[in-house]
Design a protein around this ligand. Structure first.
Ligand SMILES: [Zn+2]
Length: 347
């Protein structure tokens, strides 16, 4: 029996359109009037955008409703869906805690509020009836000042019970002017013992080799095999895993067709670089993890063997998976132990 791990999912993009539309209907008059019927909302929410920046604008819509009060509501529904429809055993959920704090507060007050948000997300993630192992990744953000990003790193280090790593998000074309700053933040994070991933090499404008050595996993990274395959041997030696999120590249206009990912997978497999297939924004795309897998198979981007290798890699590179093996192996042993033959033998 296969159970899956998703290593790259944003809290902001994890709300499926119907849940969000229902929420607006009950709590947001303006949106309720703008979208009285569901299909129009789904079309608006999930449609393809022209650029990564335009696509990321949509996150602000969800961030604005994911407050201290409403986070448990959305997280409960996220976990329920992930357990029932996606067979997830493990999920790393990422977000920028600062962007969930009240906007009217001062920067320092908002920094102080962040710990509460991490705690709320952590507590809400423990749902007894849907047992998935969930850990948080805190995202620094390319549009936030240094002080806030530094506080995010420190918060991650102080809340190890809930947080497994840090990330940088907000559009990889925006790091350029502040590259030294982000490198120093990652150095700081590593000095505190934190695990690291980062949105990098997602678009042709987001390729910064200087940042690579500080990342244990690479958020997307598809431009490496596409445009800089000479970097792959070093990535393999460093055991860095690519978090590839197929639907994202279509929604952001980074790729025209999923078939363009074939060269990404082929070159990574040839070079010995691991890939974990992830959803990024399963709600925003309305594409859940098993469908990401299926789409890659049906469009001949990968075969079943490669898919299983990617599924194994996801558990191997998971920052907070507590077992040596992936759950399939654990379950197989359990199911075999209870096979009718064995039970007969034991009578
Ligand atoms: Zn992402």
């Amino acid at each position: 029996m296969a159970l899956y791990a998703d290593l790259h999912r944003h809290l902001g993009g994890s709300v499926v359109p119907r849940i969000l539309w229902r929420y607006f209907k009950r709590h947001n008059q303006e949106m309720a009037q703008r979208f009285p019927k569901y299909p129009a909302f789904e079309e608006f929410y999930t449609r393809k955008r022209n650029t990564l920046d335009e696509y990321l604008e949509l996150h602000t819509l969800v961030e604005s409703v994911q407050t201290e009060q409403t986070l448990p509501y959305f997280i409960y529904r996220l976990i329920r869906g992930a357990y029932i429809f996606e067979n997830l055993a493990y999920l790393e959920l990422r977000y920028t805690p600062y962007l969930r704090t009240p906007e009217h507060l001062s920067q320092n007050q908002r920094i102080d509020e962040m710990a509460k948000i991490v705690q709320i997300v952590g507590k809400a993630s423990q749902v007894h009836e849907y047992p998935i192992i969930i850990s948080q990744i805190l995202c620094m953000h390319s549009r936030l000042p240094y002080e806030v990003n530094k506080a995010i790193v420190e918060l991650a280090a102080n809340m190890g019970d809930y947080v497994c790593a840090i990330d940088v998000a907000g559009g990889d074309s925006h790091y350029g002017d502040r590259l030294d700053e982000f490198i120093s933040l990652y150095q700081y994070a590593r000095s505190l013992g934190l695990k690291t991933t980062g949105h990098l090499y997602e678009t042709p404008q987001g390729c910064y080799p200087a940042l690579l050595p500080y990342l244990m996993r690479i958020g997307h990274g598809i431009q490496i095999p596409l445009k800089y395959p000479e970097l792959l041997p070093e990535i393999a030696r460093s055991n860095q895993c690519l978090e590839v999120c197929p639907t994202t590249y279509l929604k952001t206009g980074t790729l025209e067709d999923l078939s363009e990912l074939k060269v990404v997978f082929d070159r990574c497999f040839d070079a010995g670089v691991d890939i974990a297939i992830c959803t990024d924004n399963a709600g925003l795309h309305n594409v859940r993890l098993p469908f990401e897998y299926e789409n890659l198979l049906t469009q001949d981007v990968i075969d079943f063997k490669q898919l299983q290798a990617c599924q194994d890699a996801a558990f191997r590179h998971a920052f907070a998976w507590p077992h040596k093996e992936r759950p399939a192996s654990l379950l197989t042993d359990l199911l075999k132990d209870n096979s009718p033959e064995k039970m007969l033998l034991s009578v």
